[in-house]
Ligand binder design. Structure first.
Ligand SMILES: NC(=O)c1ccc[n+]([C@@H]2O[C@H](COP(=O)([O-])OP(=O)(O)OC[C@H]3O[C@@H](n4cnc5c(N)ncnc54)[C@H](OP(=O)(O)O)[C@@H]3O)[C@@H](O)[C@H]2O)c1
Length: 305
């Protein structure tokens, strides 16, 4: 990953931050990195809504929970209709899995990793971004969206086979979600000038993300996670840096920037040209339309983009 020297910001210790003006929705805030970020924000006074399947932070008064299985486009659509985006200052997308060794399909006919790690974000982003922060003072900072994945790593994916129907491999399919998420950042940067959109690349951190690939609780999984835990930063350490980034005034005016595991700005993947980004968006829409067609009601008419 190459450094982006055009974006500089000054990190602050979380203890110096007053986040009482922050209202954040963390999609995937129930586990792993999203959860660590949610707790860090809430501890500094932010109001946080976490979206996921299992709530684990009942001890935190400032964290509210919206239950959803975001493997389903219809669920992402429901959540988009339930969240009053106009009041929020921040959205963070961390929902994800890694593709299984054998292709898995959701009830809507979508490859499961693509559905959870990318298409849910595509639906939520495009339905909510136009309204994000609409009620906030116009002279304040722009509402911000942070999309976590593996941006800047050079993945260009294959937008022509987003459902892994032509060929499937756990890693190549997951890398297609990586490229699609970076494309979502680049697309939103142009499409939604009312907000600022950023990519987050956390690097390797010990969480549950590899369970679907390595097998939850398997010897291989425990060994890999043990090594990652010893050699890399913890979710809480990463969250401390990223919370400061989320509210830094220095990134105003840098929509489209991507940040590595220490919060340093990095360059986008060079292969994600505007044509490739457009192809990802066009084919995302086609997959979402196809999934919603299984639900014969007015939902299909609200397909984003
Ligand atoms: N950790 C790493 O080493 C690493 C490296 C590179 C990139 N990343 C990226 O960082 C992001 C966060 O990953 P993580 O490490 O925090 O993973 P994680 O610990 O596995 O957390 C994933 C989150 O996604 C949610 N989720 C999974 N399936 C869901 C579903 N069907 N419906 C709703 N929510 C669902 C989980 O919620 P529930 O538990 O409530 O289901 C959890 O909150 C991902 O985009 C990942 O690709 C992580």
């Amino acid at each position: 990953m190459k450094k982006d020297t055009s974006v500089k910001w000054e990190p602050k210790d979380p203890s110096e931050l007053d986040l009482s003006n922050v209202r954040a929705a963390i999609f995937g805030g129930t586990g792993g990195l999203g959860r660590a970020i949610s707790r860090q924000l809430a501890e500094r006074g932010a109001d946080v809504l976490v979206v996921g399947r299992t709530f684990r932070d009942q001890d935190m008064e400032k964290i509210k929970f919206l239950k959803a299985d975001l493997s389903l486009v219809t669920e992402a659509d429901r959540v988009a209709n339930e969240i009053p985006a106009k009041y929020f200052t921040h959205f963070v997308f961390t929902t994800g899995i890694i593709a299984a060794p054998k292709r898995e399909e959701t009830a809507e006919g979508l490859e499961r990793d693509m559905a959870i790690s990318y298409l849910s974000r595509y639906v939520l982003m495009n339905q909510l971004a136009p309204h994000l922060g609409e009620s906030l003072p116009k002279d304040g900072p722009k509402p911000k969206v942070f999309i976590m994945g593996f941006p800047g790593s050079g993945q260009t994916g294959n937008p022509e086979d987003m459902n892994s129907e032509a060929s499937y491999g756990a890693i190549s399919t997951h890398m297609n979600t990586v490229a699609a998420n970076e494309a979502l950042v680049l697309d939103a940067t142009k499409r939604y000038p009312n907000i600022a959109t950023f990519g987050l690349n956390p690097g390797l951190i010990k969480t549950d993300i590899r369970n679907n690939y390595l097998g939850e609780g398997s010897i291989l999984s425990r060994t890999v996670e043990w090594i990652i835990g010893w050699t890399h930063q913890s979710p809480a350490d990463y969250a401390k840096k990223i919370c400061s980034l989320l509210v830094s005034p220095d990134i105003e005016g840098h929509s489209g920037a991507m940040f590595d595991c220490y919060g340093n700005a990095i360059l986008q993947s060079p292969g994600l040209t505007p044509e490739v980004v457009d192809n990802f968006m066009k084919n995302s829409k086609a997959l979402v339309v196809r999934a919603l067609a299984k639900k014969p009601d007015e939902t299909a008419s609200k397909v984003p983009v």
